[in-house]
Design a binder for this molecule. Structure first.
Ligand code: ADP
Ligand code: MG
Length: 322
């Protein structure tokens, strides 16, 4: 059995080219770009809540980095540095090595340095990641910036991660290729960092979809003091989700399914072509799915005939469901 210190040396010390002093001392030392604002965010992933205990550790490592990168994306920030707090229920070399590799590789793909953290044994496995990024002052994509008349946009095809989760939790059967696709979307989401950066100066408000499209759009509406009307048929669907229309609540997978880590954002209607160009540069598909309205309480989803769908705008709430 390795000591705590050997453990750290073996798995957590990685190259950190954008950092003055990385893992190993009492603090890490970083030199922020002069004139930039710092963006900071923390996320917790708890075994049995956010991930299954037996999930592949490499994929869990990737996702732990990805969900934090996604917060940077949603703010339009350039991610730079992370720290990792890790509580391990069973300190296990193989598991930790695979986790650390997955975590590091996802960060490396985005040019982010792993600069420190803390490691303990404890009753449950908990992953706590803090990420730091930079952006020009005043350019953050806040939740509070939506304006009446804005288009509502979403990236990617929401609902796939929820379909993957449904597959793991129930007996629904998917074709092999759909199964793999949805599981990848659930376990290794793609943070839309390049899209977030491309939306600076264009999007009025943005959020990443962790709790469900409507719930997270609802956060933008609350913060901005506006309403919204979404047209269900404009929300793009993956072939995998399209093939599940026999499920009674298949529409809710797209509207209320969490864990997609796509971006939902608003922008002036006249900027629609610029948004499409920005998304093309970022190589991400984006779709206009609705409109911001003045009626603060208005939250509607229309079906293809223009009839309102009866849906809840409330997403997953950890305090309500425990
Ligand atoms: P301290 O007692 O000062 O908290 P530690 O022994 O906990 O120091 O950590 C020693 C070094 O290892 C520190 O630089 C710390 O940032 C790093 N470290 C510990 N755990 C992790 C981790 N999970 N990821 C990255 N670095 C870590
Ligand atoms: Mg410590």
């Amino acid at each position: 059995m390795l000591s705590e210190f050997d453990f750290i040396r073996r798995h957590f010390v990685r190259p950190s080219p954008g950092t003055r002093l990385g893992v190993g001392d009492d603090c890490a030392l970083m030199q922020p770009t002069p004139g930039q604002e710092l963006a900071v965010s923390t996320d917790l992933l708890v075994a049995g809540r956010h991930f299954f205990e037996d999930v592949d550790p490499g994929r869990l490592g990737r996702k732990s980095a990805a969900v934090n990168l996604s917060d940077m994306a949603a703010m339009g920030a350039l991610p730079r540095w992370v720290t990792l707090g890790l509580t391990l229920a069973r300190p296990d070399e193989v598991w930790t090595g695979a986790f650390a590799d997955g975590f590091y590789h996802e960060l490396q793909a985005h040019g982010v340095d792993w600069v420190g953290g803390d490691t303990t044994a404890g009753p449950t496995t908990v992953v706590a990641v803090t990420i730091l990024g930079e952006l020009p002052p005043g350019q953050a994509l806040r939740r509070s910036g939506a304006v009446v008349g804005d288009d509502v946009w979403v990236s990617g095809t929401p609902g796939d991660a929820a379909l993957g989760l449904r597959m793991l939790q129930t007996s629904i059967v998917l074709a092999d290729q759909d199964r793999r696709y949805c599981l990848d979307r659930l376990e290794t989401p793609t943070p839309r960092v390049s899209l977030g950066l491309a939306l600076r100066g264009l999007a009025h408000a943005a959020i990443d979809i962790s709790d469900g499209l409507l719930a997270d759009l609802g956060h933008i509406l609350d913060a901005s003091g506006v309403g919204a009307c979404v047209e269900f048929d404009r929300i793009p669907r993956s072939p995998a989700l399209d093939r599940q229309q026999h499920l009674a609540d298949w529409q809710m997978l797209a509207l209320a399914g969490g864990d997609d880590y796509e971006l939902c954002f608003t922008a002036a209607a006249q900027d629609a072509p610029a948004i499409q160009q920005a998304a093309a540069r970022a190589q991400v598909q984006v779709s206009r799915i609705g409109r911001i309205t003045a009626a603060t309480q208005e939250r509607c989803v229309l079906d293809v005939r223009g009839q309102p769908l009866q849906v809840s705008w409330h997403g997953f709430d950890h305090f309500r469901t425990t």
